[in-house]
Ligand binder design. Sequence first.
Ligand code: CA
Length: 232
Amino acid sequence: MSSQSILIVEDELEIAEILQLYLQQDGFQSIHASDGRVGLQLARRVDPALILLDIRLPGQNGIDVLQSLRAEGEWPVIMLTALTDEVNTLLALRLGADDYITKPFKPAEVIARIHAVLRRVRHSTREESQHLQIGALRIDPEMHLAMVRDEQGQERELTLTLTEFRLLAKMARQPRRCFSRNELIESCMPESDALDRVVDSHLSKLRKKLQLAGCGDLIETVRGVGYRLCSE
Ligand code: CA
């Protein structure tokens, strides 16, 4: 049995009540907010394991709420959407929603999706502490170490700033995936309201350090989009 808490942000009371009932039967605790403002307050106060977020809400809609949530925390979010809301659903996924469920839904399906997302989140948290290897570069996220292996097989530590390390580790977790500057700012420089050219400057310094260590071609600029790591 799980005692994790799920926050339901949903203005239709009937739907919220049914969800709460099913969640309770499955061993979850649940809390309910009927609008986005209260939803955000509860998220901060309760720090839920996951948030079910309706798109059509009175006042702030679910998309706005999702943006605020993403700016403040890493809570997994499943959107509750309508069939006719395809545009908003896509937007929500782009803004970092973990999944969506279309109304009308079977409560059992919602529970199954919640378990799937929670499993995925647990898995990726575990992955975060694992070593990352890209070609001659090895990163130890827990120790904040980036090492480069030379042709003799000797490893040398790269001296990186915290931001450079975060950028490198972020991209190394998904090699070949292209990251936009915005995405890199949000996940690697959350405390600043940095501009695109600030990312460019960090990456240019990082690139030079990698070049000096013999990993010259690791960071690739994707024109008009951002950056990615390439192992060859
Ligand atoms: Ca609604």
